[in-house]
Structures are given as C-alpha cells and as structure tokens.
Design a binder for this molecule. Structure first.
Ligand code: DHB
Ligand code: FE
Length: 283
C-alpha cells in the first residue's frame, strides 16, 4: 500500500515567482522568506516522495466565476502553467499521476464528496511556486522530480466549504492514498494563506497572533480551527486568509497517526501576505 510520509504547508504569493526569476533570494526583503526553505528541502530529500498530492486554491486561471467547483481533483497526465497576469514566468509543466488521481476520485465520491474531476487542468502559482520553492534545482532545469495530483478547494467565490469539511476531505484523501495498491511514497502539500487581504477597506490586513496560534494548533490540536465559521475566519485572517483551509485539509490527510513537527518558518509580510511554512512528518 502507498505510504503518506508527511506534509509541507506553505503560503504562495505570485511575487515569489518574480523573485526566483531575478535571483533575489539573498536580497534583504526576500532573505527571511527564502531562508525558511532549505530545512524543508533537507527533510524532503530524506523522506524521498514519489508523488505529491497538492491541495491548493485556484485564482481564476483554471476555474472562473461562471463555473466554480467546491472541490476538484486533477486526473490529467500533465499540468501546464500559463500567464496569470502577474507578469511571472511560466514554469515547466508538472507530470500527473492519473492512477492515484482516479483512485482518489473513487474514494472521495464513496465518502460523499461530490467533486469535479478534471481530465485536463492548468495550474497557477499556488501549485507551481511550492514546487519551485521545494525543488529549485529541478525548476532551474525545467523539470520536476515528482508527479502531482492537484486537489482544488474553492476560496474564490462564496460559499466556501467549512474548515470542518476541509478536515474531513483531508481524512478521505488519506483513506484513498492508504488504500492505493502501490509502493509509492506520497507527500501532501497544502498551499495557501496565511492571513492576507488583497482588496477592500481592510486591504493589507494581517493577524500574526492568529497565524501563529493556528500553526501551533496543527501540531497536536489540529481540529482547533474547526470551531470557527468561515465568516469568523475571514474576520480573523482577511478575505484571502481563508486560504488557510488548504492547511486544514493537508493536516486532515495526516490524521489517524501522530505527527512530528520537523520545521516551521513565519515571516511578514511578503507582498500583502503573512507567509508561513510548516513541515510535519507522519509518525
Ligand atoms: C498575493 C497573495 C496570494 O495568496 C495570491 O494568491 C495573490 C497575491 C499577494 O500577497 O500579493
Ligand atoms: Fe492565493
């Protein structure tokens, strides 16, 4: 049976793509952010993942307001990036793993998640930048060392699924991976958040206290955040802070066993976002 090795949850911000393209990792503005990643890469090197289930939110590249699934799973053989309008370079296409993806679709539907199945899909900065941050040498060569299964949670157009529901989605993802007849090692990535608000009266809003409490809770009280409604989470973390739902689902995929915190980093701000990084090993 396939094995879940752990999770890496990380923020995503389009400007990171520009900083990578211009080699700004040592620039004083960027250094505290990029310095978080070598320890995560070191852990990944030892953990040797073959496949990554990447839980992310799309930002209008793949789904737009006319058609908005609450949950979607990519079953494509390959995922291209494309111009999102942020002026960042397109990165290499990521290979998919249709076998795991279809097995996940079957398990999730069995568990009563009415998902959208995508036999073709584009990936945006929420998928490509975590890959670039975790495998920069491969990114520079224009290829990736892992196959991906993208799982998309809507945080663009209300209503969004609750934190409790995203937790259960993660649990169902776990059940799927652990019942996949394969010897592959699977890493979960959660891509989103933490606190940020890009527009409106509270543009620029950050909440460091809440972010740090949330990151802490994911280690040994991971359902703490499910006490909050989505309206409360938006109040606490900003309109785009709701992307923290990706971290909740990623942690749900590790439920059922103890976890060991391997690394974390928190830095504010990058662009308008409080950036976090959390590496958990499945014990
Ligand atoms: C920013 C953050 C995001 O999560 C995003 O998807 C786009 C932009 C930002 O802070 O600039
Ligand atoms: Fe985002």
């Amino acid at each position: 049976m396939a094995q879940i090795i752990g999770s890496v949850s990380t923020s995503h911000v389009p400007a990171i793509g520009g900083a990578i393209a211009r080699n700004l990792q040592q620039d004083p503005y960027w250094k505290p952010f990029f310095d978080g990643y070598p320890a995560a890469r070191e852990w990944i090197e030892g953990a040797r993942p073959d496949v990554v289930v990447i839980i992310h939110n799309d930002h209008g590249l793949n789904f737009f307001l006319d058609k908005m699934p609450t949950f979607a799973v990519g079953t494509a053989p390959v995922y291209e990036t494309a111009d999102e309008g942020w002026g960042i370079p397109a990165l290499a296409p990521a290979p998919g793993n249709p076998e795991l993806a279809w097995h996940m679709v079957e398990t999730l539907v069995e568990d009563e998640f009415d998902i959208t199945t995508c036999q073709e899909a584009l990936i945006d900065h929420a998928v490509s930048l975590p890959l670039a941050l975790l495998w920069p040498e491969h990114q520079a060569r224009g290829e990736w060392p892992v196959e991906i299964v993208p799982v998309c949670i809507n945080t663009v157009q209300a209503p969004y699924p609750s934190a409790a529901r995203c937790w259960r989605l993660g649990q169902s993802i776990r059940r799927a991976i652990e019942s996949w007849d394969s010897d592959k090692r699977v890493l979960i990535i959660g891509s989103g958040g933490l606190s940020h608000q890009l527009d409106g009266e509270r543009a620029g809003f950050l909440n460091k206290d809440f972010d740090l409490r949330f990151m802490d809770s994911l280690v040994d009280d991971p359902q703490w955040v499910t006490r909050y409604s989505n309206d409360e989470l938006v109040e606490l973390t900003g309109t785009q802070g709701i992307e923290l739902l990706m971290w909740v689902a990623a942690r749900g995929a590790l439920d059922g066993g103890a976890v060991v915190k391997k690394h974390s980093n928190y830095h504010i701000p990058i662009s308008n976002t409080a950036t976090g990084l959390l590496v958990l090993e499945a014990a």
